[in-house]
Design a protein around this ligand. Structure first.
Ligand SMILES: [Zn+2]
Length: 257
């Protein structure tokens, strides 16, 4: 298979060449389409997905057509993880929120590779732990922190995983992930816009001033960034806006579906 240019997914980029070589024949590059459901809670997870761009949200269903978000995965992480490797059932739903690309591997292939390679297994476990920490922090945040602080945190987290300041994001979506009424989102968004932090357009939020968002975010953003940073350099996927987004790791070329 196909190896050239630079891998942007931090899990793949963190692996030593020997591990990449073991995985390489089994990897496929795929496109992530907005709204695409990778799996719903309770479904079998037959693959592990490693985004290079775009954002996948992890959610807990709260109604027939609603879910509260419990985590975001961008280029810093993996979707599926060890649960996917064991072909287990999904404990959360995984839905593409922002289009992008990813590399994926079938669970039935990755599972045996992990059992043969303890270092690879441990690395995947580190990423798994970081994502569970995110879910736990998000649960505490949802229960304890005011809406404005939570909204600022989500905007920062989405911005960290985006390639530019124009976020494909609606207030309807924010009301869902925050678990609050749309009118509440509109009110808080108006406040942030009046402060010059963001500008809302029809289906986009444009980040104008991250410093204001960081000042008004709840403490969870900084805590998560520090927590994830122990596992993943630029752990929140924050390389896109920190000026060090150049990745010199080899890149996987598109593979046959
Ligand atoms: Zn919080």
């Amino acid at each position: 298979m196909f190896l050239h240019a630079g891998v942007r997914n931090r899990f793949l980029a963190s692996l030593p060449p020997s591990d990449v070589a073991a995985l390489l024949p089994h990897l496929r590059n795929v496109v992530l389409q907005p709204g695409q459901v990778l799996w719903r809670r309770g479904e079998m997870m037959d693959r592990v997905v490693m985004p290079h761009s775009g954002i996948v949200s992890l959610g807990i269903p709260t109604g027939a057509s609603q879910a509260v978000e419990c985590g975001l995965v961008g280029r810093e992480g993996i979707v599926g993880g060890l649960d996917g490797c064991s072909a287990g059932r999904a404990t959360v739903s995984a839905t593409v929120r922002v289009e992008g690309t990813a590399t994926q591997i079938d669970a039935e292939t990755l599972g045996p590779l992990l059992s043969q390679n303890q270092a690879l297994h441990n690395r995947l476990l580190q990423f798994e732990i970081s994502q569970r920490a995110q879910a736990q922090q998000t649960a505490a945040c949802n229960a304890a922190h005011p809406v404005e602080g939570r909204m600022c945190r989500w905007l920062l987290e989405i911005h960290d995983r985006a390639d530019n300041n124009r976020l494909s994001l609606t207030q309807e979506f924010l009301s869902t992930i925050l678990g609050v009424r749309r009118t509440t989102v509109t009110f808080v968004a108006g406040t942030l816009q009046s402060l010059g932090a963001i500008r809302w357009q029809r289906n986009y939020a444009i980040i104008l001033n991250r410093e204001i968002l960081e000042e008004r975010s709840c403490s969870c953003y900084a805590e998560l960034k520090e927590c994830l940073g122990h596992v993943v350099p630029n752990g929140n996927g924050g390389d896109a806006h920190s000026g060090n987004g150049v990745d010199h790791h080899p890149k996987l070329a598109p593979a046959a579906a």
